[in-house]
Design a protein around this ligand. Structure first.
Ligand code: ADP
Length: 191
């Protein structure tokens, strides 16, 4: 199985591109943000735990997130691989993911970083906020906080996989189809 992390700050286009990768390659797509939102909507115990963090633009605690992720990964049996979208977001999550895969004699094949300028990110998220119904897209302060959290807590994950020679960079600015083509080129080399 192929295991790819699609990486980048909020608004980089991970969700949009991950769905395309899922369909093109028959991968399981795990979006931790989507799983949290599903749980919030259905008012599960997990959703109740996660909601306040998400609404403030903070990260949900690692123990909660890692446990949830491990559960989601069990759905990958009939797939060619997994595309991780929004996970790992901390160094502890990256180590936990490496350990989980290691136990199954699997590994991360690549972290693909979608590079987009901060000004463009803020514009995209504000635009998305008009239709997404997401509270965390509706408030510019929360958007800024999420980008800040990306730099303080999440960017280290890129370095973690760079040290393993697994970092691949892709320009995340342009039209959706053009970016998909760039990503496909990278993924075709991995499978
Ligand atoms: P975006 O990439 O636009 O921030 P996501 O849907 O990936 O959107 O995430 C939304 C929110 O869900 C994050 O701001 C965070 O609060 C929470 N979240 C998602 N993934 C994780 C994670 N791996 N660890 C902790 N919190 C997470």
């Amino acid at each position: 199985m192929t295991h790819i992390i699609l990486f980048g700050p909020p608004g980089a286009g991970k969700g949009t591109q991950a769905e395309r990768i899922r369909d093109n390659y028959n991968f399981l797509h795990i979006s931790t943000g989507d799983v949290f939102r599903y749980n919030i909507k259905n008012e599960t115990a997990l959703g109740k735990r996660a909601k306040s963090f998400i609404d403030r633009g903070e990260l949900v605690p690692d123990d909660v997130t890692i446990k949830m992720l491990a559960g989601e990964m069990r759905q990958a049996d009939d797939k060619n691989g997994i595309i991780f979208d929004g996970f790992p977001r901390t160094k502890a999550q990256a180590k936990a993911l490496d350990d989980l895969l290691n136990e199954q004699n699997e590994k991360i094949d690549a972290l693909i970083s979608l590079d987009v300028d901060d000004n463009i990110l803020i514009e995209r998220l504000k635009e998305r906020g008009k239709t997404s119904g997401r509270k965390d897209d509706a408030d510019e302060n929360v958007i800024r906080n999420r980008i800040q959290v990306y730099y303080t807590e999440t960017e280290v994950v890129k370095e973690h996989y760079n040290e393993q020679n697994k970092l691949q960079k892709v320009d995340g600015v342009g039209d959706i189809e053009a970016i998909t083509k760039r990503l496909n080129k990278v993924i075709d080399q991995l499978i």
